[in-house]
Design a protein around this ligand. Structure first.
Ligand SMILES: Nc1nc2c(ncn2[C@@H]2O[C@H](COP(=O)(O)OP(=O)(O)OP(=O)(O)O)[C@@H](O)[C@H]2O)c(=O)[nH]1
Ligand SMILES: [Mg+2]
Length: 243
């Protein structure tokens, strides 16, 4: 199966200066970078990458719109049978993508990295761990049966069946988008596999996550998903159709 990567970048000049060789070594037919209105030299690094590697597609937002909006634009630019979402700060081992992609190739609709499963490791400050675990609990309640046992709603490192994620209507523009995408897929009947992985703290650049803003975003997404569930579990457009 062909593979596209989507890598959202906002003010990631430092991470790209150190990490671009590793990102350009990712195995796959297409690397989509989304520059979401960065003003720090991110665009220059991405232009250089596109000049070096024909697999690189750069999608540019003139102004910052948030990581959810960036992923929406990035997904729309993909062509792969499998789409892998990966953060520019490389805080998960890229090699774990093989297990995510293998899960999709074996029939999953979406596979997510999880630092919270047995065998996973999470090296993040405690407010982040609490937010991620609390969010997972809240999403299990809001989504109900379709989310039973799901441990990880907020990891950005995932593999998706390409046509499914290209057709998915999600509204969140911010960090809660990862949870909205997964919640909508589950309500639509998607098959999820969670794969243990190791989350580390970024070594270059600074976090773009704002905990309070993310919590506000999650509150809206939780309400939307709960209503969607009451209306019958997934908008028609989100219903999972398998080839
Ligand atoms: N396109 C876009 N990407 C963003 C935006 N905010 C964050 N990102 C990207 O989304 C990914 C995750 O953001 P991070 O800042 O690493 O957030 P995090 O992983 O929750 O936190 P740390 O790893 O602790 O920094 C990175 O690749 C960012 O560049 C945004 O507004 N637009
Ligand atoms: Mg990060």
């Amino acid at each position: 199966m062909s593979r596209s990567w989507v890598i959202p970048c906002y003010q990631e000049a430092e991470a790209l200066a150190a990490g671009l060789p590793a990102l350009l070594a990712l195995p796959g037919e297409q690397l989509v970078f989304v520059d979401d209105g960065s003003t720090d030299g991110t665009a220059g690094h991405l232009a250089a990458a596109a000049g070096r590697d024909p697999r690189v597609t750069v999608v540019t937002h003139p102004e910052n719109r948030g990581v959810g909006a960036a992923m929406r634009s990035g997904f729309a630019a993909t062509t792969g049978d499998v789409v892998v979402a990966y953060d520019a700060d490389r805080t998960y081992p890229a090699a774990d993508a093989e297990r995510l992609v293998a899960a999709v190739e074996a029939g999953a609709d979406v596979a997510t990295a999880s630092p919270f499963l047995a065998g996973g490791v999470v090296d993040a400050p405690w407010p982040r761990r609490v937010l991620s675990k609390g969010a997972a609990l809240a999403y299990r309640v809001a989504v109900g049966r379709a989310a039973r046992g799901v441990r990880t709603f907020t990891a950005g490192f995932r593999a998706y069946r390409g046509p499914l994620v290209r057709g998915l209507a999600f509204r969140s523009d911010g960090f809660a988008s990862t949870a909205e995408i997964l919640g909508r897929l589950l309500l639509g009947g998607a098959r999820l596999v969670e794969v243990p992985s190791t989350l580390t703290t970024r070594t270059e650049g600074v976090s773009k996550m704002r905990v309070l803003r993310a919590m506000r975003g999650h509150a809206g997404v939780l309400a939307r998903l709960f209503l969607l569930r009451l209306r019958g579990g997934g908008a028609r457009a989100d219903r999972v159709t398998r080839p």
